[in-house]
Design a protein around this ligand. Structure first.
Ligand SMILES: Nc1nc2c(ncn2[C@@H]2O[C@H](COP(=O)(O)OP(=O)(O)OP(=O)(O)O)[C@@H](O)[C@H]2O)c(=O)[nH]1
Ligand SMILES: [Mg+2]
Length: 414
């Protein structure tokens, strides 16, 4: 079976994504891109000799090329060194390009530290070219520098010290984060985490639901690096916390995403996860598989409710819409009511909340207690106005407290 006209193959899509990665960096521009077979990712030489020579010629002919991006997961130090020497320009792999993007986008101290932490193993692999005993000018010799330490060793120690320092500072921040989480738990706000491939529309969706004008969705890869929490009221008046997360991408080492593990812990602890997909993307299936795989590797509980939602349906011709899950357009607001309904019904179930219909004396202490401790969905005054009828949502813990504080309270239905 031949490929349909206009239909992109997987290598084409990978090439497109590689170009998008480069172009999303300020002051970087992809001026040429090509698919080149790789001889081996295990050996010192990544390309076969014929391919290698033709690439070398191409680079010599074009003086505007100031760097080469080999879009593979992670090149080994020795491979990078071989290519840098032969091509005479810096060589980047997906890990280092995504790191560059992360560096540009990180805004908070925590995100910056997490990126710096993720960079350490990469910098360590760059030291491969510096053999033990190399002098500080890099001209290999067995002579030591300073207090007898070789250049290679001193660089390595410097990295180790840096790693330790960052780790300590991150640990402090994570303790603070855990404390905040405890506070949230005490107040029993259910948590919904939005995850998905980068650029799928996570920030746009949260902005559409909460109306938060400070949020800035962008047509850029990895626009969000700081995991943020946003309050949102469901129709039943229950406040839930929506968590915006860093997007995932295929073919980068998991430890780059795992550097965000502490912030991703919010996803692990969430009551519910929404996996938002860009339904209009030609590589949709691969993106979904990448997200599922990353969630699995991050041990995001498979028993947890993961709601699959297709976004950007406004970009698909109505005839081509095949609903395998809930479909929305975060940008245009289509399908959001249905999504909210679904979040509400699933959350109430998973957080074990039940709906009570109660009758309490008008002006009595029960009324204000319920407003403080439970979620009052609505209330009405019967004719004689001595009593108020309330519909409230309670967790088992709140229900227990209600029974012990007000044993005579009239429960009309549960
Ligand atoms: N046409 C259309 N565009 C959308 C929709 N939702 C989001 N977008 C666009 O998609 C781009 C990415 O949106 P974001 O909300 O920043 O995506 P994200 O998933 O948060 O991206 P990262 O933070 O980079 O992972 C922006 O240009 C949005 O305007 C939609 O429903 N329809
Ligand atoms: Mg975002």
């Amino acid at each position: 079976m031949g490929t349909k006209k206009n239909e992109l193959t997987t290598p084409d899509l990978m090439l497109e994504e590689a170009k998008a990665l480069i172009d999303s960096l300020p002051n970087w521009k992809c001026i040429d891109a090509m698919k080149v077979p790789v001889e081996s990712l295990e050996k010192k030489n990544v390309f076969g000799s014929g391919q290698f020579e033709s690439l070398q010629k191409k680079l010599q002919k074009n003086p505007n090329i100031s760097a080469v991006f080999v879009s593979v997961n992670l090149l080994r130090g020795i491979q990078r060194k071989e290519l840098t020497t032969a091509f005479r320009v810096p060589i980047y792999d997906r890990y280092s390009i995504v790191l560059q993007i992360f560096k540009q986008r990180a805004k908070t101290r925590e995100a910056k530290l997490q990126v710096a932490f993720a960079e350490i193993p990469y910098l360590r692999s760059c030291l491969v070219g510096l053999q033990k005993g190399t002098k500080s000018d890099g001209r290999g010799s067995a002579t030591s520098v300073g207090d007898g330490e070789s250049y290679y060793d001193s660089k390595l120690h410097l990295l180790e010290r840096r790693e330790l320092k960052i780790k300590k500072e991150l640990e402090k921040m994570h303790k603070k984060r855990a404390l905040l989480k405890c506070e949230r738990k005490k107040r029993e706000f259910p948590v919904v985490a939005i995850v998905g491939y980068t650029n799928s529309g996570k920030t746009t969706l949260i902005k559409a639901l909460t109306g938060d004008s400070n949020m800035q969705p962008q047509n850029a890869l990895f626009a969000t690096l700081d995991v943020t929490v946003h309050g949102f009221k469901l129709p039943c008046n229950l406040t839930v916390l929506l968590i915006d997360t860093v997007g995932f991408i295929s073919n980068i080492p998991l430890n780059l995403i795992a550097a965000f593990k502490a912030t991703l812990n919010d996803v692990i602890d969430a009551d519910m996860v929404i996996h938002l997909q860009d339904a209009s993307h030609p590589d949709k299936e691969n993106q979904i598989a990448t997200v599922n795989d990353t969630l699995k590797q991050l041990n995001i509980d498979s028993a947890k409710i993961i709601l699959q939602v297709e976004n950007k349906i406004d970009r698909i011709a109505p005839g081509n819409l095949s609903a395998s899950c809930l479909q929305i357009s975060a940008k245009q607001g289509t399908g959001l009511e249905k999504l909210v309904e679904l979040i509400q019904s699933k959350l109430l179930k998973v957080t074990n909340r039940s709906l009570l219909r109660l009758m309490v004396p008008s002006g009595g202490p029960e009324y204000s207690w319920l407003h403080k401790e439970a979620t009052v969905v609505d209330y009405s005054h019967p004719k004689d106005a001595q009593y108020i009828i309330l519909n409230v949502l309670v967790t088992p813990a709140v229900f227990g407290k209600l029974r012990s504080n007000y044993p005579d309270i009239r429960i009309l239905s549960k």
